[in-house]
Write a protein that binds this ligand. Sequence first.
Ligand code: SF4
Ligand code: SF4
Length: 183
Amino acid sequence: MGEKKKKIVKTIKVDVDKCNGCRACEVICSAFHAEPKYSSNNPARSRVRVVRHPLKDIYVPVYAGDYTPAECMGRDQYTINGKEYEECAFCRASCPSRDAFKEPDSGLPLKCDMCESDPTLSEPMCVQWCLNDALIYEEREEEVEEEAEEEKQEEMEVGLESLVDKYGLQKVMDTVARMSKKD
Ligand code: SF4
Ligand code: SF4
């Protein structure tokens, strides 16, 4: 058994009853990740998207999760307050079956990065901009095995390999270079 190690788990709690669908979270996330920072905003580049149904006053913020190279074999369909949502509506994955959570220019997957662990941020940008307190940021410390971290590294390498297979090495390298460029 490997050594125990402390890790900070970051969570954004979403209270859908408090969300009014204003989309400020989408706007600020896309502006924060623009190059140069704050030079533009385009919700299509946001790492959070709000599934909206104004007639029934239903708004559900969904955060971009991991990239997947293959779509699911089965689909989920949700009905909330009598409104049926399209399949995959609340899925967090950047997946080949749809355009959600993809960088509009390059097609590369988007994933919430908790604002790049920017030490100047007291809280993630979307949380700061949500005036209705629908998004609440929390941190907790957990103990994990060292091996778990190694496994994660392997998973990351497999993920990168499939991105290179799909988009080509140059495109992936250009995007990584753009993301790591400092202001
Ligand atoms: S900023 Fe808050 S209230 Fe507005 S859409 Fe996003 S989560 Fe909902
Ligand atoms: S935590 Fe940061 S990166 Fe993630 S969705 Fe919110 S603003 Fe975007």
